[in-house]
Design a binder for this molecule. Structure first.
Ligand code: ATP
Ligand code: MG
Length: 469
């Protein structure tokens, strides 16, 4: 029996210590050290500088590493996924996909495997689900069951030896938290296990011509369970999250060594699986009512993508007690601040109930939507509708001034694509960054007082710029 070594591992950063202490020496976290008994690895199995393929490292020119077959990207056959990956999968890479339970990680990867398996040898290693469960899902998704190979195991060594024999091109590990190596006494999901599993799949990805995608669970605060070390070890990290309430999902890049870390793709979960949504704005605005008071449109940026969302406000006379303030999808402090600013500019909300929500279950976290929220509130209170082709972009300061926002180019491009003809922005913004088509107008305002004039003046008399006119 191998000799057991005891050490303490920090659950926050993965730092190790020979003795227990209340505070981790590496990251300073309190009460994070947990005891681990680790079986000493036999000398010949210890990871050394020798690659598992048997190659001895040597210094070579970069040119000797270029190989047409290796540098060519592998398409996932999902154009949106390819865009997020930076042009497709790269050979010898180890990727991590994180997301909360039930968000659709296994479904997305199974669909990718379903398409890839027509051209490549694909294997799903699952420590979470049985073959029956995965086959059932594959059937529902309409995939060819014969071409997808599946291995159900919780044991790393078992998985490794079968991978060596089968030699897959594409491996899905579902999930890194459910596999365990028998060289450690700790159970699956602990920091030392996660580190060993990741290290092993890193070796597999780098030493043979294949691509490995690992699924990772996320903790309550939304970060990947396991030390940050896990994110450092892999080549790219993606999060699969819910975009709006309901069926919309977004795949976001958190880190990508081979592409932009600022990409995202939108999907819709349906009975037939995940479907790429190429035009999310259209979906969010599809049921917008025109010509009514209390609605406006804001442009939100996520990575390099822009989504137009509808903001709805209802302001009703309060006849009893304190006026109600009810908000959905918007931070209540942000609306409270905007109400105070509007009050200062003569729009009274003191005896009115105020309700604000983002349509289609959306969420607004960007200050860039301030002006659109303020406009919806003013529109509801004054019972005057905002012209349907107006989009508002601006942050509102406590003095009532309008500040410019970032990504004016991305936002105005999306607005123009969706047919908005008048874009109201801050006077201080760089209008060169605004791209609008022929005939569209960019209207500049300095403060909340001018907002009213611009929205409800009979004609747009204070146009500062008319592009293409
Ligand atoms: N018949 C069905 N029709 C539509 N959607 C379904 C159906 N069956 C499952 N789903 C969707 O698939 C989701 C589960 O997806 P999946 O198992 O891929 O998630 P996951 O992120 O891998 O979860 P976990 O972390 O628990 O493994 C469900 O939450 C549900 O929304
Ligand atoms: Mg799953």
């Amino acid at each position: 029996m191998a000799k057991l070594k005891t050490h303490f591992v920090c659950q926050e950063c993965g730092g190790e210590s020979a003795q227990w202490s209340g505070k981790c020496f590496e990251c300073g976290a309190w009460n994070s050290l947990v005891e681990f008994k680790e079986a000493k690895l036999p000398k010949n199995s210890k990871s050394s500088s020798k690659m598992s393929s048997g190659e001895v490292p040597s210094i070579q020119s970069l040119n000797s590493f270029t190989h047409e077959n290796f540098s060519k990207r592998v398409s996932s056959f999902f154009p949106e996924v390819d865009r997020v990956l930076g042009g497709g999968f790269l050979w010898n890479s180890l990727l991590l996909v994180g997301g909360i339970p039930g968000i659709g990680k296994s479904t997305l990867l199974l669909q990718i495997v379903g398409r890839l398996s027509k051209s490549y040898k694909c294997l799903i290693v699952s420590g979470e689900e049985s073959g029956l469960q995965v086959a059932d899902r594959a059937k529902r998704l309409g995939l060819d069951l014969d071409s997808i190979q599946f291995l159900s195991t919780n044991n790393l060594e078992e998985a490794e030896s079968l991978i060596q024999n089968y030699e897959p091109d594409f491996i899905v590990v579902d999930s890194v938290q459910t596999l365990a190596t028998s060289t450690l006494e700790s159970s699956a999901g602990t920091i030392s296990q996660i580190r060993e599993i990741t290290q092993k799949f890193l070796e597999i990805a780098k030493s043979r011509k294949c691509i490995v995608v690992m699924v990772g669970h996320v903790t309550k605060d939304g970060s990947l369970a396991g030390p940050k070390l896990l994110e450092h070890m892999v080549d790219a990290v993606f999060y699969f999250e819910s975009l709006h309430e309901g069926a919309l999902r977004i795949l976001r890049t958190q880190k990508n060594r081979f592409g932009s870390a600022n990409e995202s793709a939108v999907f819709e979960m349906s009975e037939d699986g995940l479907v790429e949504v190429l035009n999310p704005s259209e979906q969010f605005l599809s049921e917008r009512q025109r010509g009514v008071s209390g609605t406006s449109v804001a442009a939100l940026v996520d990575g390099t993508r822009c989504f137009l969302v509808e903001i709805q406000a209802l302001v009703q006379r309060c006849f009893q007690g304190f006026p109600r303030r009810t908000f959905q999808g918007i931070d209540q402090n942000r609306v409270a601040l905007l109400l105070a600013v509007l009050e200062k500019y003569g729009i009274d909300f003191s005896n009115y109930d105020v309700y604000v929500k983002v349509a289609a279950g959306g969420r607004i976290e960007e200050a860039a939507a301030d002006l659109a929220i303020a406009a919806a509130l003013a529109s509801a209170r004054l019972d005057k509708s905002i012209p349907e082709d107006v989009l508002l972009l601006g942050e509102v300061s406590l003095t009532g001034g309008i500040r410019s926002v970032q990504h004016l180019d991305i936002r105005s491009k999306e607005a123009s694509r969706m047919g908005f003809k008048k874009i109201i922005v801050s006077e201080s913004g760089n209008s060169k960054k605004i791209s609008v088509p022929m005939g569209a107008q960019v209207l500049k305002i300095k403060n909340i007082a001018q907002l009213k004039d611009q929205l409800w003046a009979k004609s747009y008399s204070t146009v500062n710029k008319e592009v293409g006119a």
